[in-house]
Design a protein around this ligand. Structure first.
Ligand SMILES: Cc1ncc(COP(=O)(O)O)c(C=O)c1O
Length: 492
């Protein structure tokens, strides 16, 4: 006898369909657990873009499988089987963290209840839980009672909104002839979202003045001072200074107190991009590294980096919540002005998004289940790991370190004694690609000082020094193999 297809409405999340919901979710969780159990110390399979693209393009989206198990196994073939696993100790490439289980538990509720955090009438308690988390983060930063903020999709959006507030504050408080007169100062190691924000804010590419960094890749305060004075002398407006607390490549923390002093002396908004270093706010031992962050006007915190949260989870926190009014607009159909004469708690008034996920719930359950000290201990563990591995690498005869690690990145390359800079540069992409193709480890690459480097970004508190030094062994083994391969062809 033919099995009747499920009623089409059964796919909708509804109390009458609780059975279907639970059994579907269980199948998904079991499927994921099974996939996870088959990942064996390999963060990647090394699939090429061509091989990954073809089977996906072949899927006819007009011909559904009409079966959960079939769709899950197709998904595995197209995605999961070759995915990159951030929980693997030898994944050491970009700023991706393994995620904590309480946050994954929260995801179940975030998606199924599907609250939208734009207005109180779409989120109710969610509005106040998000606000409480923002107040808590502001407290950790050291901001006072006037502070406020909003969850965003990520560090780029938080930086964008911080600079938008800075621009509108400059326009509201200073006689500005043209947008093109506004200047943003950031170190040469600052994140590229600053440049992108300047472009999107209509300031033009010339608006970002890059300030040189010292030997440890921190913004040079003296150079910032000179640049700010030059800006004034040229009749331009110092709109904002962006200090980075944890640069993407070197984890460098700009001298926040000195930078704050200079920014405020010149009437500039201080935005601190703590997308990476923000996790230090939870550290029981290293909070001091962010000394001076409380002098900022706005701060970017990425919970989806050093707070071990799933993407997306980020916030922009401002010292004076009134500045968020620059993004407020009232619409009769959504957030009419003061409908009951008492002010309605609508988060959309502070956000550049309208419909917005309740990402804050992930951090909420994380803090309620684990507590902040545990998150801080994870941050401490990865910083300790980078220090231990960096010390061992500094003594390695075939390895050159760009600089001693500061947070949890290590920038290095294969360069045995006598190898030219050029030869070392050429080997970086070859070694990186070969590592990816082997699948046993993943590292990133960058450029610094005009040269090519490999980079470890260590965000896994379960990784050990032996795991990471094992990658160093692979790097040197590959380096030597490339050198011997090239020798007959006459590469120096
Ligand atoms: C210092 C810094 N700021 C901002 C960002 C952007 O964050 P997101 O990728 O969440 O947009 C990054 C990303 O790596 C970063 O390293």
């Amino acid at each position: 006898m033919a099995v009747a297809p499920p009623h089409p409405l059964l796919h909708l999340f509804h109390p009458h369909h609780a059975g279907a919901y639970v059994s579907t979710m269980r199948r998904g969780v079991d499927h994921l657990a099974d996939a996870l159990s088959r990942v064996e110390r390999r963060p990647a399979t090394g699939v090429s873009p061509e091989r990954a693209a073809k089977p996906i393009a072949d899927v006819d989206l007009d011909r559904p499988l009409l079966d959960v198990d079939a769709a899950l196994s197709e998904m595995s073939r197209l995605y999961l089987d070759d995915t990159v696993w951030f929980h693997e100790p030898t994944y050491a490439a970009h700023l991706n963290c393994p995620v904590v289980i309480p946050a994954l538990l929260a995801e179940v509720f975030v998606s199924a209840v599907n609250s939208s955090l734009d207005t109180f009438d779409q989120s109710v308690g969610g509005t106040f839980m998000e606000r409480h988390l923002i107040d808590w983060t502001a407290g950790r930063i050291g901001f006072g009672a006037t502070a406020d903020g909003i969850f965003t999709s990520g560090g780029s959006q938080s930086n964008f909104q911080g600079l938008l507030l800075a621009r509108d504050h400059a326009l509201a408080t200073r006689p500005v002839a043209r947008l093109a007169d506004l200047r943003i100062f950031a170190s040469s190691d600052g994140h590229f979202s600053v440049q992108k924000a300047a472009r999107m804010l209509g300031l033009g590419d010339a608006a970002v003045v890059t300030i040189p960094v010292d030997d440890e890749h921190r913004m040079e305060a003296a150079a910032l001072s000179r640049a700010l004075s030059r800006c004034h002398d040229e009749g331009l407006i110092a709109m904002a200074v962006v200090a980075t607390a944890g640069t993407t490549d070197f984890g460098a923390i700009d001298p926040l107190r000195a930078v704050a002093e200079l920014a405020h002396l010149h009437g500039a908004w201080l935005h601190v991009d703590a997308a990476y270093g923000g996790g230090l706010l939870a550290s029981p031992t290293r909070r001091v590294m962010l000394d001076g962050i409380d002098r900022a006007d706005s701060v970017t915190i990425d919970y989806h980096k050093t707070w071990f949260q799933p993407v997306s989870s980020s916030a922009l926190v401002v010292a004076d919540g009134r500045h968020l009014g620059h993004v407020t607009w009232h619409a009769d159909y959504l957030n009419p002005k003061d409908p009951h004469g008492a002010g309605h708690p609508n988060q959309v008034d502070k956000s550049i998004q309208t419909t917005r996920r309740f990402d804050a719930l992930k951090l909420w359950l994380t803090l309620r289940v684990m507590g902040p000290d545990q998150i801080g201990a994870y941050v401490d563990a990865v910083v300790d790991l980078a220090t231990e591995v960096g010390t061992a690498m500094a003594d390695h005869p075939d390895i050159e370190l760009a600089v001693a690690p500061q947070l949890s990145t290590i920038v290095f390359r294969f360069r045995p004694e006598g190898m030219t800079e050029l030869h070392a540069d050429l080997l970086v992409p070859l070694i990186r690609t070969a590592l990816y193709e082997r699948g046993a480890a993943m590292v990133a690459a960058t450029k610094s000082g005009g040269h090519c480097w490999l980079k470890f970004t260590l965000l896994n508190p379960m990784a050990t020094a032996a795991d990471i030094l094992g990658i160093v062994d692979e790097v040197t083994e590959l380096g030597h193999a490339f050198v011997s391969e090239a020798r007959p062809r006459g590469v120096a």
